[in-house]
Design a protein around this ligand. Structure first.
Ligand SMILES: Cc1cc2nc3c(=O)[nH]c(=O)nc-3n(C[C@H](O)[C@H](O)[C@H](O)COP(=O)(O)OP(=O)(O)OC[C@H]3O[C@@H](n4cnc5c(N)ncnc54)[C@H](O)[C@@H]3O)c2cc1C
Length: 381
């Protein structure tokens, strides 16, 4: 099947591509050195609609679908995986609100988030768990008409920005996992210094401390119903896995572009090194990795548009994330090899794509856990 884009897909892809090539590429040092994504660039990305691609028009979205969304995030990530991630992180709690929220919750959070005014966080991971939801220790205690939250969440992105917090916690009386929705920086909310990590430097993550944080016990502050936490988490991370797959596909695409340019310009005696069959073979295997990831991500982007196929989306997004996460790392290493010593030099960008790609097998669920989820679905369907 040929990837023939329709008019909407092409225009959304071109919007992101133009921005990436003309604006982002000139701000790489700011993104990498500051450690916080530059506010003006984030705002520009929001202004041109990069946060609103898949949302309904009534919330300020452009209703272009997840098929267009993956194309745009791939283009951004081909230049800066950090830029694509900075946006994606804001979308994670919004996807949950979009899928499970009431009209009031959607009005309150989707529009101001996609205009860049606020940035939400999704907090599930803790020191004792990332892979096993049953190990949650953060608690919600019901006292009259108020929930009182206590616990520590780990590696929480966007935690330093004002906006909604989607928090998964265990109710003390029932043991059920509930998804709470409230504003960050309410009394009792505090964060650590950012974790120092290998890549995606523009998207810092923190430990978040909840010390007797008080949240009203009403419909606005709970997403879905009490006890729905795990099913909301599963569905939301499926969209997160798709988004991160687009990001790491882009990181691989950036490395492919850099390798192509290098082998076509580096000369050896009477020609470029692209004339060597050994170089061609490596380049072809790099391309095969990229093309196979593209197919899987685009296909899953189409599937994501149809909410009635959520069970398949849960299985497929896990499969895609597992494959793309690992393959992007292998591809970036191969690209680095094609650039010789230049591959490890910052100026040539491949080392940055590799550092960013190295986060792929971990974020939004470990690769092996994704394989188990995918096998569970495809063995039964
Ligand atoms: C940059 C970054 C940003 C992040 N942002 C957020 C965020 O905003 N919100 C949030 O909630 N979390 C966030 N996370 C956390 C991330 O989602 C978790 O770290 C991830 O899900 C893995 O969990 P873990 O670290 O506890 O790994 P572990 O579960 O400790 O895994 C360790 C090893 O054990 C293996 N393993 C564990 N269980 C199984 C199993 N059942 N079967 C087979 N193998 C298994 C894993 O494959 C892995 O190799 C972020 C992480 C990173 C790196």
């Amino acid at each position: 099947m040929e990837f023939k884009l329709n008019e909407t897909q092409e225009s959304v892809r071109d919007l992101a591509r133009d921005f990436a090539v003309n604006v982002l590429s000139k701000r790489i040092d700011d993104i990498e050195e500051v450690g916080h994504f530059p506010k003006d660039v984030y705002q520009q990305m929001a202004d041109i609609g990069l946060l609103s691609i898949a949302f309904e028009e009534k919330y300020g979205g452009i209703e272009a679908g997840y098929d267009s969304f993956v194309l745009a995030y791939e283009e951004l990530a081909k230049v800066s995986p950090s830029a694509a991630t900075a946006l994606l992180i804001t979308l994670l709690p919004l996807e949950a609100v979009n899928l499970f929220g009431s009209e009031e919750q959607k009005q309150a959070y989707i529009t101001p988030s996609i205009t860049g005014e606020i940035r939400g966080s999704m907090a599930f991971t803790e020191a004792g768990t990332g892979s096993d939801p049953k190990q949650l220790t953060t608690t919600a205690r019901l006292e009259g008409d108020t929930w009182v939250i206590n616990g520590v969440k780990r590696f929480i992105s966007n935690a330093s920005y004002p906006g909604p917090m989607l928090l998964y916690a265990k109710e003390t009386d029932t043991g059920a996992c509930t998804a709470f929705l409230f504003d960050k920086f309410t009394e009792g909310y505090s964060i650590s210094t950012p974790w120092e990590k290998i890549g995606l430097l523009g998207s810092p993550c923190y430990d978040v401390f909840f010390d007797e944080v008080r949240v009203p016990n009403d419909e606005f502050h709970i997403l879905g119903k009490r006890g729905d936490g795990f099913s909301i988490l599963k569905a939301t991370t499926a969209y997160g896995k798709l988004g991160f797959s687009a990001v790491f596909l882009g990181a691989l695409g950036g490395a492919v572009d850099a390798a192509k340019e290098y082998i076509k310009t580096k000369t050896h005696r009477d020609g470029t090194i692209a004339k060597f069959q050994a170089v061609q073979m490596k380049y072809a295997s790099l391309l095969a990795k990229y093309e196979s990831c593209r197919y899987m991500v685009y296909n899953c982007g189409e599937l994501a548009n149809d909410h009635s196929r959520l069970p398949e989306m849960l299985g497929r997004s896990a499969l895609v994330k597992a494959y793309v996460g690992d393959t992007a790392v292998e591809g970036c290493v191969l690209a680095m090899n094609l650039l010789g010593s230049y591959g490890v030099m910052k100026e040539y960008q491949v080392e940055r794509f590799l550092r960013d790609a190295l986060i792929g097998p971990h974020v939004e669920g470990q690769t092996d856990v994704q394989r188990v989820i995918a096998a569970g679905y495809f063995l039964n369907n």
